[in-house]
Design a protein around this ligand. Structure first.
Ligand code: KL2
Length: 672
């Protein structure tokens, strides 16, 4: 009876309520985006950008601003939306309070004041913007501000067009309430709310966007199914699917609130409402809930926010969470959360990159390494599965200090090496997530992927490849050794104590190797000065039959590899490759995970262990094939122009200055 009531009455009601809430959220985001854009366009008159707008632009902007400020049409819709959502907010708060913090904040505006308030917000934003520009120009970081100005100017064309579409259309929420910012696409086409199918490629070009497309559709992210590509026949795929433990990993730099407050000039393009923590938190949690990862690696999690909201909410979602705050006075840190239904914690190892007295390690960044035991369903009780090592980090930002970034990475790799090494000396599968503040194909990236880097003489600013941010590169160079031996880390990125033997107390040759010399010709010669005693000093020892006459040369290079210092280079023994390709073939453009100063770049990664293919180094680049861990799919990233057309990052839909990364893996189950 209770079950029937739950199924047929309560569930549909709950779904309906959630649908209303989602649609309101979408509408509200669109409204905020329009406001954001308005602030920007008004900012256009401020001498932020170099060029004055063309007459055509001015006319367009003027027309749009008039509609935005006084259009009865728009206001009517806004107040309608607010009326519905205000009631919903009250009801929702009684349930899980997690997502409503920001919505209730945004909804408190009484409807009668909405028009007035909107005007106030706009005015505040404009004067606020002017203030930002003035203070920002007074700051040391002038390069950054100039970059920002160029960005503002470049984006204006798209803004004018997009703003025209003021997507407060009620269609968005009547049609399919589940249409969220984060709905995964089923194929590469976009279906508008009117059911019109738009080829995705068209959206990729930087050109006026059709007015009826709501923003959450522009920011549409496809799910790329990679497992299907590798299957020769459908049969192969099916047979393999049964032997895999599947899980999804998300890496997300959620932008610490303190960092927004410390560098407001970086967020001048955003409407203040979308930068509030309560708004962003709700959006971020909604996004995580939507993509439903099993392992979540977060960066820039502010400590008070972690304990007060992030951790309690994620626990309610079924996660267990481990947090490592940055050292020093930094208020944020990294967290790894895993679904308790899928994994059990074996060990958790935080890594502090700050080492007192070492200039190369004098920054407050951290990493975190977990060893997790996958939990197989009971039906597979007799099967075995290896543990999984999950690492998360946020490497130093400073583009000039590649030397520090490389040393930080080496420390993390040493901790991964220790954690992932099994008793037989092999490694368990590894997933390494993080914001590495380095771009694809930079020396730091190549070091992770190819397992080695010759760094001696390399300018420090080159290491991370963030060359746009190094207009006046310092002349600091990386010199051998990068870190002193007292750190206890070898050039092979292993803890010295983990070396097979320390060099000083290690016998250079094995006993068996030395025994071979007992019977060799030189050893059996009687020295001339030795008195001749028949049958004693003239006798030749009998060589046992199984001893070979040839001396076997002992290969002890393995021990050497990890225990000695290699001048000018670093290596590591983990075979890691990236879950993303860093390029969008459909659009012919690079993938973007963040937009610092309006310039798109990839700095966030999900690396995972794979098998290197022998003799297949293309120009020094290792080639990999799937090993025990198989990449099954990933959430596509976006290109810079798409993000521009949504006002960059953060925007009302994406509440961080980074996009989240999401990859699906299959881990081999043995015994099949
Ligand atoms: O790109 V980031 O942004 O990975 O999200 O990581 C760092 C930078 C973060 C933590 O230190 O703060 C940002 N100019 C721009 N961004 C900066 C700067 C700067 N000078 N310093 C820190 N960050």
């Amino acid at each position: 009876m209770i079950g029937t009531v739950l199924c047929y009455v309560l569930l549909p009601v709950a779904r309906l309520l959630q649908a209303f809430r989602d649609s309101f959220f979408t509408c509200r985001k669109n409204a905020l985006l329009v406001k954001s854009t308005a602030a920007h366009i008004e900012g256009f008159a401020v001498p932020v950008c170099g060029k004055p707008p063309s007459e055509e632009h001015q006319a367009l902007l003027q027309q749009w601003l008039e509609e935005e400020a006084g259009g009865p049409h728009t206001n009517e819709r806004t107040s309608d939306t607010e009326k519905v959502s205000a009631t919903l907010a009250a009801e929702w708060l009684e349930g899980p309070q997690l997502l409503m913090t920001s919505l209730s904040d945004l909804n408190v505006a009484p409807q009668s004041d909405s028009q007035e308030q909107q005007q106030v917000v706009q005015n505040e934003t404009t004067s606020g913007l002017q203030e930002f520009v003035e203070t920002a120009l007074a700051l040391e970081d002038r390069e950054v501000i100039e970059d920002n100005a160029v960005w503002a100017a470049l984006r204006t064309q798209a803004n004018a067009q997009v703003a025209d579409g003021a997507p407060l259309s009620t269609d968005v929420w009547i049609e399919d309430p589940a249409v969220l910012a984060w709905s995964p696409a089923q194929d590469s086409d976009l279906v508008t709310t009117e059911g019109v199918v738009l080829p995705f490629q068209n959206i990729g070009q930087f050109q006026p966007l059709p007015a009826e497309i709501p923003y959450h559709e522009i920011l549409w992210r496809d799910w790329e199914d990679i497992s299907a590509q590798d299957c020769i026949s459908e049969l192969d795929c099916n047979s393999e699917a049964g032997s895999l433990f599947e899980f999804r990993v998300m890496s997300y730099n959620i932008l610490a609130q303190d960092l927004i407050e410390q560098s407001p000039h970086l967020y001048m393009h955003c409407h203040p409402d979308i930068l509030s923590w309560s708004y962003r938190l709700a959006n971020l949690l909604q996004e995580i809930q939507h993509w439903d990862p099993d392992i979540l690696c977060l960066q820039e999690v502010q400590e008070n926010h972690y304990w007060e909201q992030v951790e309690p909410t994620l626990v309610m979602m079924g996660f267990a969470c481990i947090y490592k705050r940055r050292t020093g006075r930094k208020t944020d840190g990294c967290a790894i959360c895993y679904k308790q239904s899928k994994f059990q914690l074996i060990s958790a190892n935080p890594v502090e990159y700050f080492r007192p007295g070492l200039d190369i390690l004098n920054r407050d960044n951290v990493g975190l390494v977990l060893l997790l035991q996958p939990l197989l369903p009971e039906s597979l009780g007799d099967k075995a599965i290896r543990p999984l090592c999950v690492a998360n980090t946020h490497i130093l930002y400073n583009p000039h200090r590649g030397d520090i970034k490389l040393a930080q990475m080496a420390l993390l790799l040493a901790e991964i090496d220790k954690t992932a090494k099994l008793v037989d000396g092999s490694y368990c599968p590894i997933v390494l997530c993080g914001d590495l503040n380095s771009v694809p194909d930079s020396p730091l990236y190549k070091f992770i992927r190819n397992g080695q880097l010759h760094y001696h003489g390399m300018p420090a600013w080159k290491v991370s490849g963030q060359e746009e941010f190094c207009h006046h590169p310092h002349q600091r160079k990386l010199l051998t050794p990068l870190w002193p031996s007292c750190l206890g880390i070898t050039d092979g990125c292993q803890y010295v104590t983990l070396c097979k033997m320390k060099k000083s107390d290690r016998c250079k040759y094995s006993r068996d190797f030395l025994l071979q010399f007992r019977y060799c010709d030189v050893a059996c010669e009687r020295p001339a000065e030795l008195a001749l005693l028949e049958g004693v000093t003239d006798a030749k020892p009998e060589r046992p039959a199984h001893w070979s006459k040839e001396l076997t040369v002992e290969n002890n290079s393995d021990a050497e590899l990890f225990c000695s210092r290699y001048p000018g280079s670093v290596q590591h023994g983990l075979n890691l490759t990236s879950a993303y390709s860093h390029f969008l073939p459909q659009k012919g453009r690079p993938e973007v995970t963040t937009m610092p100063m309006g310039m798109g770049a990839t700095v966030d990664y999900i690396f995972y262990s794979a098998d290197p293919m022998r003799n297949e180094n293309v120009g020094g680049r290792r080639m990999y094939q799937d090993g025990a861990l198989k990449l099954l799919g990933r959430l596509s990233l976006l290109s810079e122009d798409i993000l521009w057309s949504a006002n960059g990052l953060p925007n009302p839909f994406c509440s961080s200055d980074h996009l989240c990364l999401l990859a699906s893996f299959g881990l081999e189950i043995s015994g099949f």
